[in-house]
Design a protein around this ligand. Structure first.
Ligand code: PNS
Length: 163
C-alpha cells in the first residue's frame, strides 16, 4: 500500500524524518505531501520546504516528496495512496488528528494511521526550532546540518565559514 505523510515542514526536523523513515518501513511507498496551512505564516517558501524534504530523504529509496496545493484526500487519490500517516506527540495532537482523520475518511475514503513520536523527538516542533534559530541559538540537535545551514541563511543572512 502507498502512504502519504503530509505536513508543512517549515522546516523538516529529525521528528518528521523519524516518522517518514518508520512509515517507509511499514508501507510499500511513501509520498511526502508538502503543503500549507492557510492559518500559518511560513519561514521557508513552498519550493524551499519541498527541496529540504527531498534532500533529507534522498537516502530512502521508497520515499518521494511532492507539493500539496489542494485537498489532502485529492493528493492521496492522485498518488494512488489509501492511507495517511501522521506523527503524534501530545494528547492535543491526537485530538486534532482525530478530527482530521474523520473528515478525510468521509470526504475521501482514506484511512489515517497515527504513529507515536519516538521518545527522542516527542516534544520537538518546527515552531520551537524557528524560535531558537531566530535568536541565534544552535538547532543542530533537532535538524540535519543542511537544514540548520538554510535556517542560518534565512534568519541571519550568514553561513558559517566551514558550513
Ligand atoms: O505541518 P502541518 O501544518 O500540521 O500540516 C498541515 C497540512 C498541510 C498537512 C494540512 O493543513 C493539510 O492537509 N492541508 C491540505 C488541505 C486539507 O486537505 N485539509 C484537511 C481537511 S480540513
Amino acid at each position: 500500500m502507498i502512504a502519504v505523510c503530509p505536513g508543512s515542514f517549515d522546516p523538516v526536523t529529525y521528528g518528521h524524518l523519524d516518522v517518514i523513515r518508520r512509515a517507509a518501513a511499514l508501507f510499500e511507498r511513501v509520498v511526502v505531501a508538502v503543503g500549507q496551512n492557510s492559518a500559518k505564516k511560513y519561514l521557508f517558501t513552498p519550493a524551499e520546504r519541498l527541496d529540504l524534504v527531498r534532500s533529507t530523504t534522498s537516502d530512502l529509496a521508497n520515499v518521494s516528496a511532492e507539493p500539496l496545493d489542494g485537498l489532502l484526500v485529492d493528493f492521496a487519490k492522485a498518488h494512488g495512496a489509501g492511507v495517511l500517516v501522521k506523527g503524534v506527540r501530545f494528547a492535543s495532537d491526537v485530538e486534532f488528528e482525530l478530527q482530521m482523520a474523520h473528515i478525510n475518511a468521509v470526504v475521501g475514503s482514506v484511512e489515517t494511521v497515527m504513529l507515536p513520536a519516538s521518545a527522542d523527538w516527542s516534544t520537538l516542533s518546527s515552531t520551537m526550532v524557528r524560535e531558537v534559530a531566530s535568536f541565534g541559538g544552535d538547532v543542530s540537535a533537532f535538524v540535519p546540518e543542511l537544514v540548520a545551514r538554510q535556517i542560518r541563511h534565512k534568519i541571519q543572512g550568514w553561513e558559517q565559514p566551514n558550513g
